[in-house]
Design a binder for this molecule. Structure first.
Ligand code: FES
Ligand code: FES
Length: 172
């Protein structure tokens, strides 16, 4: 018997996307297979490792625990959407590069999305808060030290960019 398909419309990284998928298609699989956004990684597929984390209406969710049909009508941000408007590295991505916050990179998309959302809420975290912020994401390579440094550096980059913008606004 052919599986019934449902039309799913989501805004992904600011762009309206539509595809048909079965009711039990996971959001992670929908993003990867139906929309071709393979930046979202699947590790444990049990909600434990955080590799699949995307933002749904700005809130981090595990894309391995949500059916794509549940995301219908919502705004999703994946790691591909965490770059700057010109396609350059976004603040968190830049911080990961500068601080060597990745090795194999498998866990990285989940960290980038998680930290992006976290810094919106807490733009000036302490080291301890930075450590807590990534407590739900697992990395088998780095030992976390450089990732914590990347959280703090990303916060700094965001503040620098804000200051630059304010300066540019004042000069205009
Ligand atoms: S793949 Fe979703 S939490 Fe591990
Ligand atoms: S960089 Fe390899 S799992 Fe995190």
């Amino acid at each position: 018997m052919t599986e019934q398909l449902h039309q799913i419309t989501v805004t992904v990284n600011g762009v309206a996307r539509r595809a048909d998928a079965p009711a039990r298609r996971l959001l992670a699989d929908f993003l990867r297979m139906d929309l071709g956004l393979t930046g979202t990684h699947l590790g444990c597929e049990h909600g434990v490792c955080g590799a699949c984390t995307v933002l749904m209406d700005g809130v981090p969710v595990r894309a391995c625990l949500i059916f794509a049909v549940s995301a219908d009508g919502h705004a999703i941000t994946t790691v591909e959407g965490c770059c700057d408007s010109g396609g350059e590295l976004g603040p968190v991505q830049q911080a990961f590069q500068e601080c060597h916050g990745l090795q194999c990179g498998f866990c990285t998309p989940g960290f980038i999305t998680t930290i992006t959302a976290y810094l919106e809420e807490n733009p000036k975290p302490t080291e301890e808060e930075a450590r807590e912020a990534i407590g739900g994401n697992l990395c088998r390579c780095t030992g976390y030290q450089n990732i914590v440094a990347a959280v703090l550096r990303a916060a700094e980059i965001l503040r620098e960019r804000d200051a630059d913008q304010a300066g540019a606004g004042g000069a205009a």
